[in-house]
Design a protein around this ligand. Structure first.
Ligand SMILES: [Fe+2]
Ligand SMILES: [Fe+2]
Length: 391
């Protein structure tokens, strides 16, 4: 039985939902607190799994709850704020649930939030990640640019200037945007020109790629940062192309870039054990996640999710990264970002039925209808293109 605490000063709003959630088949125990003070008292005295409140309630309630009870999942019923407030809100709540919403949808969302929340507070995952303060710091230029893009009053010139403050990134960026992969026109010579031609969102994502490449994960000989980076970009580009009808295109690109960031964490924090895991993974006899759990105590998805949570990323992205090889763990009723990432990972690697990881993923994606809808036609198109090139 899971215990939820609803906090609602206007009892009409949430109590209706609370009554519905108390259905015996959902196995929730739902309690109501009328004021933030009462809610905090009850959190201090008893064990709850999640606290659910409305956006109208004082945010200090959730900041306090985070301080005093970090293991309780925090859910806000209401639209995710846009603009400058969006990032602050993300730091406070794990999940935003917009209205109107069916009870089963809300229950599934809370379940999912709690699953991810447990994952990032799981001592096994923490042990595999080692000292948390030794993890790579948050990519600051990316975070700053994201904040600026959320503000409609910020000019492209200001965005370019902020990127320019990080000289190493700016230099690399100019180099990368001039490769045929991104741009085939006249040579781009300034960050501002890159922002104007490719669009600020694309440039921001490239900045993130470059910041990830800076992580010095060189202690593990079997792991190549350059390969990891080009693999991330390949999955990101494919995910964006296949996203329509499944997920937001920009979210898909970002998830693709970050999906294997946990491998970088493993290479950095546990180089010897991760090296052994990579060798064992090459036989493809067991699913990669089984091998990684045996060698590291956690999977690269889980380690990536932990890092992204510490960096303050959105929970949907964290869920997708955590379970891109096991989407069934937190999949909702609708096909979504996690399924898409799983599919793109297999397509970029090249579908291989002799791999246990691929067999597991394919079985799931066939069940979800994603294989017939997207993957089959895509592989067929690639094969035909290959045949044409070979002639
Ligand atoms: Fe992966
Ligand atoms: Fe991957």
């Amino acid at each position: 039985m899971k215990r939820l605490l609803f906090v609602d000063d206007d009892a009409r709003v949430l109590s209706g939902i609370a009554d519905d959630l108390a259905l015996p088949e959902l196995e929730w125990q739902v309690e109501l607190a009328a004021t933030p003070e009462e809610a905090l008292e009850r959190l201090d005295d008893e064990d709850y799994d999640a606290i659910v409140t409305e956006l109208g309630m004082p945010l200090t309630l959730l900041t306090e709850a985070r301080e005093r009870h970090p293991t309780v999942a925090r859910v806000i019923v209401g639209e995710r704020p846009a603009g400058a407030k969006a990032l602050d809100a993300l730091a406070i709540a794990h999940q935003f649930v917009s209205k109107p919403l069916s009870v089963t949808e809300l229950a599934a969302l809370i379940d999912r939030t709690m699953a991810i929340h447990r994952l990032v507070t799981d001592p096994k995952v923490h042990a595999a990640a080692g000292e948390l303060d030794h993890l790579p710091p948050r990519p600051e230029t990316y975070a700053a640019v994201t904040r600026m893009l959320n503000d409609p009053n910020v000019s492209l010139k200001a965005v370019a200037a902020r990127i320019g403050e990080d000289l190493a990134i700016a230099t690399q960026l100019i180099k990368v945007v001039n490769t045929p992969f991104f741009y085939r026109g006249e040579r781009i010579r300034t960050v501002l020109a890159a922002v104007q031609r490719l669009g600020p969102a694309r440039v921001r994502d490239l900045v993130l790629t470059l910041e990830l490449e800076r992580i010095p994960a060189t202690k593990c000989g079997a792991f190549s940062m350059a390969e990891a980076s080009s693999h991330g970009l390949a999955v990101a580009n494919l995910a964006r192309q296949l996203a329509p009808g499944i997920a937001d295109e920009e979210d898909a690109f970002l998830a693709g870039l970050l999906h294997d960031v946990g491998e970088t964490v493993a290479a950095l924090q546990l180089p010897v054990r991760f090296g052994r895991a990579l060798t064992a993974r090459r036989t493809r006899r067991l699913p990669d996640n089984t091998v990684e759990r045996a060698h590291l105590g956690a999977t690269h998805g889980e380690l990536g999710a932990l890092l992204l949570a510490l960096w303050g990323f959105d929970y949907d992205l964290i869920a997708a990264v955590a379970h891109h090889h096991e989407p069934w763990i937190t999949a909702g009723p609708k096909v979504g970002l996690t399924d898409l990432l799983c599919a793109c990972e297999l397509l970029v690697e090249g579908i291989d039925e002799s791999s246990a990881t691929h067999r597991q993923g394919l079985a799931w994606l066939r069940e979800r209808g994603l294989y017939d809808r997207v993957m089959g036609p895509w592989s067929q198109a690639l094969r035909e293109q290959g045949a044409r090139l070979a002639v």
